[in-house]
Design a protein around this ligand. Structure first.
Ligand SMILES: C[S@@+](CC[C@H](N)C(=O)[O-])C[C@H]1O[C@@H](n2cnc3c(N)ncnc32)[C@H](O)[C@@H]1O
Length: 458
């Protein structure tokens, strides 16, 4: 069903005559119809949720930002609970998944859902008898773990290996909405000053990261538009998950060092590292993909942060932009390309698009970047290997690979001592693995970052 009209007296308004557009918000049932339409588009065309939502917005320009945010929240919540909602409803159509999600994730009872699915005007069709029965009686008691935990079945063995008895609690936490965290840029403000200057956002101090603040979200799970806030534009802070902040802190970089950020992307870690270095020393940032590096220049400028950006040029035949640094670098930060399984709270559609083939491709990329880091690091220098993945294949197994290939040139620094030196807040809550540490939504309340530290023998 396409939404063509308004909750306000029928036809579409002439916006210039109605400055108060709040009068024209879609009704909750109309938003549900829109969410079903977007979910169908995602399923039929196998496309990312963000693209489908954007297209819906373009095709329904009358919808205001509040409508679009609410529809996006419904869509993302439905994707978070896709498998369990379908199980409870006994079918996996977009409509069934949305209804099941309203019951499981939003805790709505059958009469409330029936009131929304009234079939009137722009509301979805009324509930069938089978749907009413499923809402009232459907249960996850007999559901297999991958269904109850809303993850693809093939990934379960790797997650079970990591989480053991805590598997279901962890998967449930991975299915909830993520908080909105910012990292205060200590090149401009300390956390206390920033806290006092940002009271209009009602921030709270993050439990673990030393420079983090958490901004409360609205009912629909959306936060304020921080990127237009004057303090943001003035470089006081960056939006960064607490886990990502902690991963940066665990690199333990110090002012005066020579540091390479090998997979800098848009620069999230680069900015954090520049602040840790207090702009003293040499920070070189690069990425295999020049397009990903593009935003870094503006971000550095806004933050008052200094880094040398080396952009690869010349397509496949391009030269190594770091050749002059081989064997000289104090710290190499490898924020490796990965499946992103640790960020499924934020990107719930990514979990249903992940294939075994893309895991294999990321594992190959990880070996490549670790090999490059090994050539860069000086004797006595360190490599900090970071992923936002929960999969052993991309974490401890990648470290086993580089240890073997380095043939005795690298040793592992025990994660416990790295935590004690650089992120004491993590000591009581984080999971230690064979070679590193693993954060997770249930245990540390963060995205699922993995960090391991390697040292080159002198
Ligand atoms: C996890 S993202 C980096 C995120 C970024 N550090 C941040 O904090 O915003 C991983 C990056 O690795 C890059 N990458 C993939 N293969 C690479 C390679 N062989 N060498 C360098 N970078 C690579 C990708 O382009 C991607 O930008």
């Amino acid at each position: 069903m396409r939404i063509k009209a308004w909750s306000h007296r029928g036809g579409a308004p002439d916006r210039s005559r109605f400055p108060n557009l709040e009068d024209f918000v879609l009704t909750p049932p109309a938003r549900l119809s829109a969410a079903i339409e977007v979910l169908a588009d995602i399923a039929e065309r196998r496309r990312p949720a963000a693209d489908a939502l954007k297209d819906w917005g373009l095709a329904h320009r009358f919808a205001g930002s509040g409508d679009r945010a609410a529809i996006a929240s419904l869509v993302y919540d439905a994707l978070r609970r896709r498998a369990s909602a379908a199980w409870v409803m006994g079918e996996d159509t977009p409509r069934a998944v949305l209804i099941g999600m309203l019951r499981l994730q939003h805790g709505l009872a059958a009469p409330t859902i029936a009131g929304l699915f009234s079939g009137e005007r722009f509301a979805p069709d009324p509930l069938t008898d089978a749907e009413r029965r499923a809402i009232a009686e459907g249960s996850l008691t007999d559901a297999p773990a991958h269904v109850a935990g809303d993850v693809p079945d093939w990934i379960l063995p790797s997650l079970s290996h990591l989480f053991g008895d805590a598997l279901l609690d962890e998967l449930r936490a991975l299915g909830r909405r993520a908080p909105l965290d910012i990292r205060i840029n200590t090149l401009k403000r300390d956390r206390e000053t920033a806290l006092a200057g940002l009271t209009h956002l009602a921030p709270e101090i993050t439990p673990l990261a030393p420079n983090g603040l958490r901004i409360p979200l609205g009912e629909d799970g959306r936060g304020p538009a921080l990127h237009v806030e004057p303090e943001f534009l003035d470089g006081w802070y960056e939006i960064q998950d607490e886990g990502s902040q902690l991963a940066g802190a665990l690199s333990g970089v110090r002012p005066g060092e020579t540091v390479v950020d090998l997979c800098a992307g848009g620069g999230g870690k680069t900015l954090a590292i520049a602040a840790m270095m207090q702009n003293r020393g040499r920070l070189i940032a690069t990425d295999d993909d020049p397009r990903r590096l593009a935003p870094i220049h503006d971000r550095l400028r806004r933050a008052g942060a200094e880094a040398e950006i080396r952009t690869p040029r010349g397509g496949r035949a391009r030269a190594d932009v770091l050749g002059d640094l081989d064997g000289t670098v104090d710290r190499v930060v490898v924020d490796a390309p990965c499946t992103g399984t640790g960020t499924w709270r934020r990107n719930p559609d990514a979990k249903w698009r992940l294939r075994l083939g893309s895991l294999s491709a990321r594992v190959a990329d990880q070996a490549e970047v670790l090999d490059r880091a090994l050539r860069l690091v000086r004797p006595g220098g360190r490599i900090t290997y970071i992923t936002c993945s929960l999969l052993r294949e991309e974490n401890d197994a990648a470290i086993n690979g580089i240890l073997a290939r380095a043939d005795g040139a690298l040793t592992i620094l025990p994660a416990g001592s790295v935590i004690a030196d650089h992120a004491q807040g993590l000591a009581d809550s984080v999971r230690l693995t064979e070679h590193g540490l693993q954060m997770s939504p249930a245990l540390t309340g963060t995205d699922g970052f993995y960090v391991a530290t390697l040292e080159r023998r002198g």
